[in-house]
Design a protein around this ligand. Structure first.
Ligand code: B12
Ligand code: SF4
Length: 454
């Protein structure tokens, strides 16, 4: 087939916040960079603009990225594009976790990573030889893989259209917490991008602040401190305003690296404490033991190095009773956290948690995938009723994300910021909690029908 253009689609959910979308379409930027220069490529982010199906032709290849909560929208987009004769390829998290769910309605599915399969797909389409499925779960080294091209950087114009640029430095997590998809989406082996490639990408994108896509950047403090030290040395020299990484709490045990992190402009860790209930340790992959005193010590230690901490908590584990909400709220009030994310445990396909609950017949029947957004209850909890979990979660969110609470936490966090940096840190100090407030707002909305999404 003669390809007239390749379009890469990010299905809508979040829309715009003050005229810009939440975060840059980093996955699609990396994939677009693999498209040979002679083929036109475009990124259609449905959070920015409605899809113009009039521009879809029988010579269009459409690649759609998928999360579980947006897979129904992806299916509708695929159906409309196929009516216009396009070839539709679907990749990403949901396909990787549940390929059989997508295979019936896509021309091709892409399971696992696509750094090698995506160029092959483009080649196969051009030669009328598209296969129904492409799988890459080898977790190959990241060196030299899909550097962002200048064509893509210019086309996306992150500064104009997006609040948060994303960046990948490492990939993978060996922990295998029962509820998490990381091991299947990013692999069990922790892999690193070469530092010079990371530095080059930041410089060419001209970004001053970013959020790492790495599932567990912090684990590298223990497993590969030399890489981390070299990375921090390199980032220290860049004119950055700040950056954020996901980590587990043991980063607090590495004071020298924390000090280097601060000089490398890292200003916020998202830390998965997951639960204040020590009964849940089996589910947490050995990374935390539910000890609140230990959590507080770690938060203090990280603060001591001038780095903020956003605490992530999940509700609805099998040892949780309604008491978990009070306990978490008390912990949040006492702990000086700079931001808080609370989610309802969600049995995503491909996780040990889902397998267990299927075996125990505890998944709610007929739950649409769009409710797999971590703020809806999709299963029958063990030690509370569905209503208790739902109402406890609402109670918690109302306390955490009311403007007064957000301002109080933000003001406390600002007190730790040196005067000279207050202007550049102001936005990031408050934006995390306000972002979670917006995410929680989906809780009250009815499930949209396909046609209502735009
Ligand atoms: C960045 C990120 C976000 C950003 C997204 C910004 C954006 N515009 O993309 C933000 C913060 C907004 C976000 C929000 C949410 N996220 Co999120 N997010 C991630 C994260 C950390 C990184 C994804 C990423 O960019 N990776 C780097 C890129 C380069 O790789 P990649 O995406 O894995 O893509 C590769 C392959 O999957 C494949 N591929 C992907 N798409 C396609 C498409 C085609 C056509 C092809 C060929 C290949 C292909 O090729 C790529 C290269 O190999 C992942 C965890 C992770 N590490 O994967 C979670 C993750 C995707 N998010 C998740 C969740 C649950 C959410 C939220 C529901 C959280 C919440 N409580 O609100 C929301 C949903 C919002 C929404 N509208 O979708 C889950 C998804 C689970 C699932 N089954 O769907 C993940 C896996 C985290 C987890 N471990 O549970 N998220
Ligand atoms: S440590 Fe974090 S990224 Fe790793 S498996 Fe557990 S929840 Fe997922």
């Amino acid at each position: 087939m003669n390809i007239d253009k390749i379009v890469l689609v990010y299905p809508k959910r979040d829309g715009l916040i003050f005229g810009r979308a939440h975060g840059s379409p980093y996955t699609l930027m990396r994939l677009a960079s693999l498209v040979p220069p002679e083929i036109p490529v475009e990124i259609w982010d449905e959070d920015l603009h409605p899809i113009d199906f009039n521009r879809v032709t029988p010579h269009t290849v459409m690649g759609i990225t998928s999360k579980t909560l947006s897979i129904d929208r992806a299916k509708q987009i695929a159906s409309d594009a196929k009516k216009r004769g396009a070839t539709v390829v679907v990749g990403g998290t949901h396909v990787t976790l549940a390929p059989d769910d997508v295979a019936p309605w896509a021309d091709a599915i892409v399971v696992g990573e696509a750094y090698r399969t995506w160029p092959q797909i483009i080649h196969d389409v051009a030669n009328d030889n598209l296969q129904p499925a492409y799988v890459d779960e080898e977790w190959a080294p990241l060196a030299g893989v899909a550097p962002l091209t200048d064509r893509v950087i210019k086309m996306v114009n992150e500064k104009k259209h997006y609040w948060t640029p994303y960046l990948e430095i490492t990939r993978g997590c060996p922990r295998n917490c029962t509820f998490c998809t990381a091991i299947r989406v990013s692999g069990k082996i922790m892999r690193h991008r070469p530092i010079d490639e990371v530095v080059d990408e930041i410089a060419r994108r001209g970004i001053k602040r970013f959020f790492l896509t790495d599932d567990n950047f912090g684990l590298n403090f223990r497993t590969d401190p030399n890489y981390i030290a070299q990375l921090f040395d390199a980032l220290k020299k860049l004119p950055l305003n700040g950056w954020t990484a996901q980590a587990e709490m043991m980063v607090g045990e590495f004071p020298e690296l924390l000090e280097m992190a601060r000089h490398a402009h890292l200003d916020k860790f998202f830390i998965g404490f997951e639960s204040v209930n020590a009964g849940n340790i089996r589910e947490l992959g050995g990374k935390t033991k539910g000890s609140q005193e230990k959590y507080k010590q770690i938060i203090n230690e990280i603060h001591r190095h001038g780095i903020g901490v956003v605490g992530l908590f999940v509700f609805g584990f099998d040892h949780d009773t309604p008491q978990v909400f009070e306990d978490t709220w008390k912990f949040v009030r006492e702990s000086e956290l700079d931001g808080v994310s609370v989610t309802i445990l969600t049995p995503y396909p491909g996780t040990p948690q889902r397998d267990q609950w299927i075996a125990e017949n505890r998944l709610m029947p007929d739950t649409p995938w769009s409710l797999y957004d971590t703020s809806h209850v999709t299963y029958y909890p063990k030690l509370m009723t569905v209503d208790q979990l739902r109402e406890g979660y609402d109670w918690m969110c109302r306390r955490l994300y009311n403007p007064a609470s957000i301002l109080a936490r933000g003001a406390r966090a600002m007190r730790r910021v040196p005067l000279a940096k207050e202007r550049t840190k102001f936005f990031s100090t408050f934006s995390t909690d306000f972002g979670y407030r917006k995410t929680y707002s989906f809780r009250d909305q009815p499930v949209p029908e396909y046609g209502q999404m735009l």
